[in-house]
Ligand binder design. Sequence first.
Ligand code: PHE
Length: 357
Amino acid sequence: MDDLKAKYLTQTADAADESALEAIRVAAVGKKGEISLKMRELGKMTPEQRQVAGPALNALKDEINSALAAKKAALADAALDERLRSEWLDVTLPGRPRRGGTLHPVSQVTEEVTAIFAELGFSVAEGPRIETDWHNFDALNIPGHHPARAEMDTFYMHRAEGDDRPPHVLRTHTSPVQIRTMEKAGAPLRIICPGGVYRADYDQTHTPMFHQVEGLAIDKDISMANLKWVLEEFFAAFFEIDGIKTRFRASHFPFTEPSAEVDIQCSWVDGQLKIGEGDGWMEVLGSGMVHPKVLEAGGIDPYEYQGFAFGIGIDRLAMLKYGIPDLRAFFDSDLRWLRHYGFAALDVPTLHGGLSR
Ligand code: PHE
């Protein structure tokens, strides 16, 4: 028995890998292993002999099994040490900028617009994209059969059969946030509300989901002159071009009176879009003095307060400022496009640091 023990413990100590250990296990304590065969001979022994040999064989079997397990653990440790030695990584090396993601132009322009209006004393308000029919239309003085509902190509949500409450809508503009903020905060107010909006429309300058930023200023003595000044300040700061040409056109919205639309001068040559030149115009915003009925719907007394509101197309601004000719590409998630038109994630736009670099 001493010979068996010496043989198997030496073999175990010398084993180079797991498969060698397994071969030793089979030869020693496997079903037909040497020690197992010896155990079978116990039956032929006298009871006295068996009393000595039985426990000794069992002890030997245990000893070999635990030697095998210890060697297996030692081999695994050694393998791990070897991997740690060969596969090390220097975490203090600089990152690879080419692999970095970029900010989408819509995010960039939203940041730029927010920075400019923050400087003018506007804070940011938000509202839901799935909106009640009342907030999106009625409260904005667009009653049930008003043609503006059809013009906006609204996406209606589904209602269960037999439920005849008006359906929710995907908001067609950010104007319902005017109502929600008036309800919550009352007057005076000075806010912008950036976010996604939806209309069933699709061509070079329209996508079914796009972005607007709403502006709203309410106080006791706000006039159309304040509106025009704020917008001109905004365009000068945003486009970073002296004397950029804008065109204020008299217009109509149910929720403002009087109303004006604003276009920016641009040219399209060989599929290239350029601002500040040519004889084309791109409409970028709608605006006006808040209709008294809208103030009332928001819980504000129109005899005491008045204000202006505007809604700017963020994607349109991005197209103009960064010369991006097709709006549809904004939402294709094409990595080459994103690398080309994207912005460095850590360049936060500020007025003093420069909006875009
Ligand atoms: N909500 C209008 C639109 O989406 C824009 C607008 C906002 C006009 C505020 C006037 C005042 O077209």
